[in-house]
Design a protein around this ligand. Structure first.
Ligand code: GLU
Ligand code: MG
Length: 454
């Protein structure tokens, strides 16, 4: 502790940003002077529990206080907030891990894997928009970003180069391994990729990315947006998860974790013809079996379901999944399998990374426990088929609205158990209220279409 404090002081840090993540996947917290590092890491910083969305905590009594307790391994100075170091915190109530803290939910799921000697690694790929307000609406921050097919556009990438480079530099200084930055397939849309890591660390990294991007965009007069689908005629923002499962114990190389999703032949050599081992196939089958409920966590807003549809975007296709299928390198399926891992393409940019990962683990473990076998590998371009053709193949449709996804979550005991009853009920209530608010709104489209029509 003293070492850490000395190092921070020597680096010019005077305050700690005690940060946790709420039910909505939004970073919350408070500033704590560095002198109180000890208290932050042992007891935690106190918050009014009911003021945090989704806790369901009472207004009075010992359970009204939410303690955000810091993890020493996460302390890192924030380049965009000189003098401040971020500390990732877990929720505690009444001196116990708080069951409805999203990070605690993920910790519980990870502990279930650990009992079997496994740990999950994820690579989370955020897509996002850089926007500005204009005449009561929203437009891409870059006026000149207008190509019909903006994927990988280097001219637009260069125009946001100062922001993107500043973000990449800042995240690198925080220890993230930046892999790629590109212009995505919508105007004002970008993606930044960083190295995969342990599931908990990846979720922490994602939150750090959001904090940094928000601060650096705002400093440049732009709005950093993780809204899943801001523009009707253009693709939305996915947040794909690359997923692999590892075992610490490898009889041949005891010093090294090994990926138990990699398929092996009978002679022990690596089988490159099959993307996944038997265990990997069971995991994938579990994820597909619980897809409808998982969608509530992966696509948690009413706006998310503007993205999860087959439609022709201005650029051609949306690349967003619609069907509960899996196939080798198939980007038109919910799960794209690769050698020793799969890409879960359902999550969008609004997903809470802790809850989405925890739910995914529960679904995958259920697939393993029940030895589920996934439906045949799908190699077809599902976007080219009609809904009837897809149905004929026995492939299910992902929920097409938030309401449908919530109903599926409500009915899914495996995913509910992983989230815990408090969080499940809070989530369902919050999200049903969101649907109600949306229903009570009359959109411009409706007025344009009907006001003078009849
Ligand atoms: N933007 C697409 C989505 O909503 C994904 C594009 C890609 O594959 O990178 O999922
Ligand atoms: Mg992308």
């Amino acid at each position: 502790m003293k070492d850490l404090m000395d190092r921070m002081r020597a680096g010019g840090v005077h305050s700690l940003l005690a940060q946790f993540t709420d039910l909505n996947g939004v970073a919350k917290g408070k500033l704590v002077p560095l002198a109180h590092l000890d208290q932050l890491l042992t007891e935690g910083a106190g918050f009014a529990g009911p003021s945090i969305v989704g806790t369901g905590l009472p207004r009075t009594g010992p359970r009204s206080e939410y303690y955000a307790r810091g993890n020493a391994s996460t302390v890192v100075p924030l380049p965009w907030m000189p003098g401040v170091a971020r500390v990732v915190c877990d929720g505690f109530v009444d001196a116990q891990p708080f069951e409805a803290c999203p990070r605690q939910v993920l910790r519980r799921a990870i502990a279930r894997l650990a009992q079997r000697g496994w740990h999950l690694r994820t690579g989370i790929e955020p897509e996002f928009f850089l926007l500005r307000r204009h005449a009561g609406g929203w437009v891409p921050a870059d006026d000149a970003d207008r190509l019909d097919k903006p994927s990988y556009d280097l001219k637009s990438l260069a125009r946001q180069g100062s922001f993107l480079q500043a973000l990449a530099d800042a995240l690198s200084r925080c220890g993230l391994d930046i892999l790629q930055i590109d212009h995505e397939d919508a105007h004002g849309q970008y993606e930044i990729n960083f190295g995969f890591d342990e599931a908990l660390v990846s979720a922490d990294h994602l939150m750090l990315f959001k904090l940094g991007a928000q601060a650096l965009a705002e400093a440049r007069g732009m709005v950093f947006s993780m809204m899943p689908k801001p523009f009707a005629d253009q693709p939305g923002s996915g947040m794909h998860f690359h997923v692999s499962l590892w075992s610490d114990w490898n009889p041949k190389r005891p010093d090294n974790a090994h990926n138990v999703f990699v398929a092996h032949r009978a002679d022990g050599s690596i089988d490159r013809e099959h993307p996944l081992s038997m265990l990997g196939r069971h995991f994938v089958a579990g994820v597909l079996a619980h897809s409808a409920a998982l969608t509530a966590l992966a696509a948690p807003t009413v706006n998310s379901y503007r993205r999860l549809r087959v439609y022709r975007s201005r650029s051609g296709t949306s690349w967003a999944p619609v069907y509960m299928a899996q196939g080798p390198n198939n980007r038109t399926a919910a799960l794209r399998t690769l050698h020793g891992r799969f890409e879960w393409r359902v999550p969008d940019s609004a997903a809470n990374p802790y809850l989405a990962t925890a739910a995914l683990i529960a679904a995958g473990l259920d697939g393993i426990d029940r030895k589920l076998e996934p439906a045949a590998e799908c190699t077809e371009d599902l976007f080219a088929l009609s809904p009837a053709q897809v149905r004929e193949k026995g492939i299910g449709l992902l929920p097409q609205s938030l309401g449908e996804a919530l109903d599926a979550l409500q009915a899914d005991d495996v995913v509910r158990a992983a989230l815990g009853e408090t969080l499940t009920l809070e989530f369902l209530a919050l999200k049903r209220a969101e649907i109600e608010a949306w229903r009570n709104h009359i959109s411009d489209w409706e007025l344009q279409r009907y006001a003078e029509a009849f």
